[in-house]
Design a protein around this ligand. Structure first.
Ligand SMILES: Nc1nc2c(ncn2[C@@H]2O[C@H](COP(=O)(O)OP(=O)(O)OP(=O)(O)O)[C@@H](O)[C@H]2O)c(=O)[nH]1
Ligand SMILES: [Mg+2]
Length: 366
């Protein structure tokens, strides 16, 4: 049974690459994929993507205003932003200083991403460096024929003001990228592996590793179909799961969606990208059952593509639910936050350029 049988394209006003655009993605050889980790969270998560036999460090670039964090990065390529203005000490939550720092060092980032066919950006939003730099890097890297996918971590619940800044930043990111995968630190659950952002870390790293492996090593028509499904809408959610021995794919999917890493609701998804890594590839009949499970979970016909990366490793699933738009998925939530913020600080929130009176958030490690 051909994979294409399970790919549906819901109609609607979503951006998808045309056949002509997709044909520019080189089919004669694997696409060059760059992974860009920006700011403290982006640099740390990039280290997890590279470590333990992950993605090759030479295709990764760490970008930061913080020299100390940058020096610990495992990436082969490093760009220190705005050394002249912040002396390698970070921007302490100021989005406007972060933007200026990036602009001063722009050419060093663009020369790296300009040479790639696909760019994947990894970043935590809410601080100054990542929130300012990631949408601009995405704009520079993205062309008609060079898609950009981002994985963005949103702040924890207790980082109140940062969540507001991050959600506004997410709107810019959603506009700048072909697909922005959201992992929310606030979805950490007491008593589960979600504590202290572990769930966000795991899902962000799984998304970047699985996408990089699938997009770079699979047949070009599957690469194109993965991109098509990712581009059904600006935002995506991600789920990851280590499969137990003898566990069926459908059971694994049911298990996976019990631990969401964002509050994007299943019923609003328009597409699904199912990426499997393990010793035995997914068969077509398993994939068909997986599709049925997903469409009954979401209650609708989905765009669907699956891909297996065969490796002598424990079987792992990464499920991306795609096609969410910003306004209906998060818009009302952002409005509510804006109102709360205005009441609390007795000031209008329109001007995000002005630095807010924030403590620099330090993630506590267990
Ligand atoms: N999941 C996860 N989230 C993190 C981690 N470190 C930071 N974050 C989140 O990412 C947000 C942004 O923090 P940073 O990445 O340190 O900020 P930055 O972009 O370096 O900006 P400045 O420090 O202001 O220069 C924080 O508010 C946290 O919610 C991490 O290791 N894992
Ligand atoms: Mg920082």
């Amino acid at each position: 049974m051909a994979i294409e049988r399970y790919i549906f394209y819901p109609s609607g006003g979503m951006r998808a690459l045309s056949e002509e655009e997709l044909s520019h993605i080189r089919s004669d050889q694997n696409p060059r994929i760059s992974i860009v980790g920006i700011g403290g969270a982006g640099n740390k998560l990039l280290g997890n993507v590279i470590g333990n036999g992950g993605i090759g460090p030479e295709q990764c670039v760490a970008v930061n205003t913080d020299k100390g964090q940058l020096s610990r990065s495992l990436a082969s390529n490093k760009v220190l932003l705005g050394e002249d203005i912040v002396d390698g000490k970070g921007v302490f939550g100021s989005v406007s200083v972060g933007r200026r720092a990036l602009q001063l060092s722009a050419h060093r980032v663009t020369s790296f991403v300009g040479a790639s066919d696909i760019t994947i950006i990894l970043v935590g939003f809410g601080g100054g460096t990542g929130t300012a730099a990631a949408p601009l890097v995405a704009q520079w890297a993205r062309t008609q024929v060079k898609p950009v996918v981002a994985v963005v971590a949103l702040p924890f619940t207790h980082e109140r003001e940062r969540r507001f800044i991050a959600l506004r930043g997410l709107k810019k990111m959603a506009d700048a990228c072909d697909c922005t995968v959201v992992v929310d630190n606030a979805m950490s659950l007491d008593g589960s592996e979600g504590v202290n952002g572990v769930l966000a870390d795991l899902t962000a790293v799984a998304a970047v590793r699985s996408l990089t492996e699938a997009l770079s090593s699979l047949e070009s028509n599957i690469t194109k179909n993965i991109l098509r499904i990712l581009m059904l809408g600006p935002l995506s959610g991600v789920y990851t799961h280590h499969m137990r021995p003898e566990e069926s794919l459908s059971t694994a999917i049911l298990e996976t969606v019990r631990t969401p890493s964002s509050n994007l609701s299943l019923s609003r998804a328009q597409g699904a990208v199912l990426l499997y890594t393990g010793p035995v590839p997914i068969g077509a009949s398993q994939a068909a059952r997986a599709y049925d499970t997903l469409s009954s979970l979401t209650g609708r016909t989905l765009g669907f593509v699956y891909a297996s990366t065969v490796k002598a490793s424990a079987p792992t699933l990464c499920l991306l639910l795609t096609g969410y738009d910003y306004e209906s998925s998060l818009g009302s939530f952002v409005e509510l936050l804006t109102d709360l913020y205005d009441v609390e600080y007795e000031q209008p929130t329109g001007n995000l350029e002005a630095p807010l009176p924030l403590q620099l958030y330090q993630l506590e490690r267990p």
